[in-house]
Design a protein around this ligand. Sequence first.
Ligand code: UT7
Length: 337
Amino acid sequence: MAIVVVSTGRAIPPRRVTNEDLAALIDTSDEWIRSHTGIGARHIAADDVASSDLGYEAALNALQYALDQGLVAEKSLKSLIETIDLIVLGSSTQDYYSHPSTACIVQNKLGAVNAAAFDITEACSSFIFAFETARALLGAGNRRRALVIGAEVLSKITNWDERETCVLFGDGAGAVLLEQKEGGGGIIRSVLGSDGSGWEHLILRRGGSRNPWKKGEVVEQVPAIEMNGHAVYNFAVKVIIKTIKTMLDEEGIELHDLDLIIPHQANGRIIQAAGKRLNIPEEKFYTNMEEYANTSSASIPIALDECNRSGRIKRGDLVMTVGFGGGLSYGGNLIRW
Ligand code: UT7
């Protein structure tokens, strides 16, 4: 049996904030942001939009695409939704602290009454971890279809006064419909890894059991992402190289067998540095951080959807995802599309 990608979708908030827009508010410039990151703009969700709203929209978009393209036998959205056995949602910005899971909120909005729904929280690596979790659960038993979603409203955990971090992030969501089918191909293997010694390099300190809110406390600053940019950068280059090499070696394939690599869209320089070390031509990597910035767990599924719909990825192509994030964590998936 194979676990194959049936369809993809995405949700991008309409409000587009350019580097120039940010330069009008804080001490930064389009030139600095582009030259240091490759980012040109980001999309920011409205105040009343949470991750589940974007995750729901992306999931619906993937399901509608499956119906429109005749990729499933079902003829109505309702009948298709009722076949979903699992919803696995990756996010660093869940709707609610601790519970309920954002996946449960999406399940309710969709009316996916037959799906078990849960979140994976592994920062920017969440989608890669969620994808492998769904693959393993579909492969293990009597489940046929899974929605894997990456959904973020990072704008709500960003310190908009801190130029070192606020220029990097954006909001959005992507979704993939997976199905268990007879035959080969689909998700071939994944690499998942963690290095907890770097737990403090990317962190949202407040709100958990280590630093709970205290009665009567006055909040001076919205809890926001804190980051050791250099440490994350060095880790990212190292683990991208390691993940790509591991997947190629374990599968016994060469770089030229890969049609496309979809990296986590954090920083173009990270991708260039890793690519240079592995002798991978730049065009082998798909990048879209110029338009969306770093959308954490949403960056890979948004890119997958763009490539799928534009024909950049075609049936039968060999596609690799690779990413890294807080934890610190890293991983990748190898997919015969
Ligand atoms: O999903 C994972 C999320 N995180 C990451 O992927 C982050 C990985 N790290 C990076 O991408 C890079 O380290 C950054 C983009 C965050 C920073 O790039 P850098 O080339 O390492 O710059 P830097 O931190 O060494 O800063 C260089 C200078 C500093 O000024 P001085 O001390 O040399 O005068 C910064 O204060 O650039 C300054 N700077 C800025 N200037 C204009 C930092 N941020 C900005 C900014 N605009 N937005």
